[in-house]
Design a protein around this ligand. Sequence first.
Ligand SMILES: [Zn+2]
Length: 283
Amino acid sequence: MPLVTSEQMLLDAQKGGYAVGAFNVENMEMVKAVIAAAEELRAPVMLQTTPSTVKYGTLETYFGIVAAEAKKATVPVCLHLDHGSSFELAVQAIKAGYTSVMIDGSHESFEDNIAVSKKVVDVAKACGIPVEAELGKVGGKEDDLEAEADTNTDPMEAKEFVERTGVSSLAIAIGTAHGFYAGTPVLDKERVSEIKKVVSVPLVLHGASGLSDDDVRECVQRGMCKVNFATELRVAYTDAGKKLLAEKPETFDPKKLGVVGMEAVKELVMGRMKVCGCDHKAE
Ligand SMILES: [Zn+2]
């Protein structure tokens, strides 16, 4: 089917008490693997690309691949711009056919974050495209950006932010970080519940790669409606290729590397979808 927006998908998740898995893809193989996982589990799914990924490919290239694969799928597929770094990039993504965008002004002041997020919302809403924004700082390496010391989201600020910007969903910081964790992350899960009480839109969890299944499950139970997985997909994809090359150094066909990479990513994605509870929600 044609790509769908994230609006209804996330509202359904909010109502149903589960989360939609959002998976970062880097190439055709990862796109195919994520959609194959969604098909097998009858799950709605979001595929997303960061600014560095669209710099590597282009918005049009990723749109082309994802739209072609989604067309064959029988579950809803959404293509989302992850961590949109500017108003211009968000608009370009919509123009290229993306059906959901994030504007990440979390490194700006509260007022500047509101200003840039509202600017994107005004244009996106006119095009029927929902906008995710971020408030508070998710730690670790976030694409090309380095966040400083992580600062968790303040519930009352979140409420004001959503009301003043009109965003469709909000990424909040509760102690997670992008990339992998060196130690065990200290998550402020109670904060998810507190924010859920005062914010009406679906909440988004970033930095879930490397979190335990139990941690993800509890965050979802407390109100996270979209969970992002990026780093661990890249690791699974590349490790499968490394393993094949170690076992069969004579391998030269990229398709052989693609096949094992796709299997590994599909397996991982299916596991994470079950943890998010979005399996069998597309029926
Ligand atoms: Zn993120």
